[in-house]
Design a protein around this ligand. Structure first.
Ligand code: PEP
Length: 256
């Protein structure tokens, strides 16, 4: 097993009212709030994030956001900033999720600004990359991922890089029930680690956690999580129920 601690992060997307989110958070605290073998993060929608954070207080479950703006404050209607997230004790932020890239125009350049702002504010970015089905079928997967990684992490220095978390999420596997094979996932994860070695050095690349995301479920998680370069999961659908999310954390803890 690698020395990297596994990380399971839940992306609740646009689901859960504040009350529903608190109820789920309380269930998670009871089931996995004290375990320390796996790092666990939940990322509720903005309306629930502060109350969920309070429900998680005193537990080992960390709080993340699903997006943020790169400026600290100003005339950016509908946005929130890194200092605002820090003020409610968020520790992580998902950046560059494919749904943001597809529906809200997040470009590599915009994502890069957010990554730099997150790091400057001691928030750990969960930086998402991944190819579409058309890109995979045309053999462009590695090129697409390379461009996203190089552009998204431009200007990140070596000291900062170790706290970046990369999530490889093939777009065709997100919310579709189609999971990448372990070979497909491991190939891209190893490729990303190689890129990180070139960008930041071998010791740094060995520290960076690379999560797999895309229809990860308790049934397919053990095989994926056993791969050498898969350091955890970014979970959508299966993060919305305590039982499946807890099972994923248990599966990550069981990897030897
Ligand atoms: C995600 O949105 O990051 C994700 C991986 O979703 P799902 O697990 O539902 O495929």
């Amino acid at each position: 097993m690698s020395s990297r601690k596994k990380l399971i992060a839940g992306n609740w997307k646009m689901n859960k009212t504040s009350a529903d989110g608190v109820a789920l958070a309380r269930d998670l605290v009871v089931a996995i709030g004290k375990q320390a073998e796996v790092d666990v993060v939940v990322c509720p929608p903005f309306t629930a994030i502060e109350s969920v954070g309070k429900a998680l207080e005193g537990s080992n479950v960390r709080l993340g956001a699903q997006n943020m703006h790169h400026e600290a404050s100003g005339a950016f209607t509908g946005e929130v900033s890194a200092p605002m997230l820090r003020a409610i004790f968020a520790t992580h932020v998902i950046l560059g999720h494919s749904e943001r890239r597809t529906f809200f125009g997040d470009t590599d350049e915009f994502v890069n600004k957010k990554v730099l702002a997150a790091l400057k504010n001691q928030l750990r970015p969960i930086f998402c990359v991944g190819e579409t089905l058309a890109e995979r079928e045309s053999g462009a997967t590695l090129k697409v991922v390379q461009t996203q990684v190089e552009r998204g992490l431009e200007g990140v220095n070596r000291d900062q890089a170790a706290s970046v978390i990369v999530a490889y999420e093939p777009v065709w596997a997100i919310g579709t029930g189609k999971v990448a094979t372990t070979e497909q996932a491991q190939e891209v994860h190893a490729f990303i680690r190689g890129l990180l070695t070139k960008l930041f050095s071998e010791p740094v690349a060995q520290k960076v956690r690379i999560l797999y995301g895309g229809s990860m479920k308790p049934a397919n998680a053990p095989e994926l999580l056993a791969q050498k370069d898969i350091d955890g999961g970014l979970i959508g659908g299966a993060a919305l129920e305590a039982r499946s999310f807890v099972e994923l954390v248990t599966a990550a803890a069981a990897v030897k």
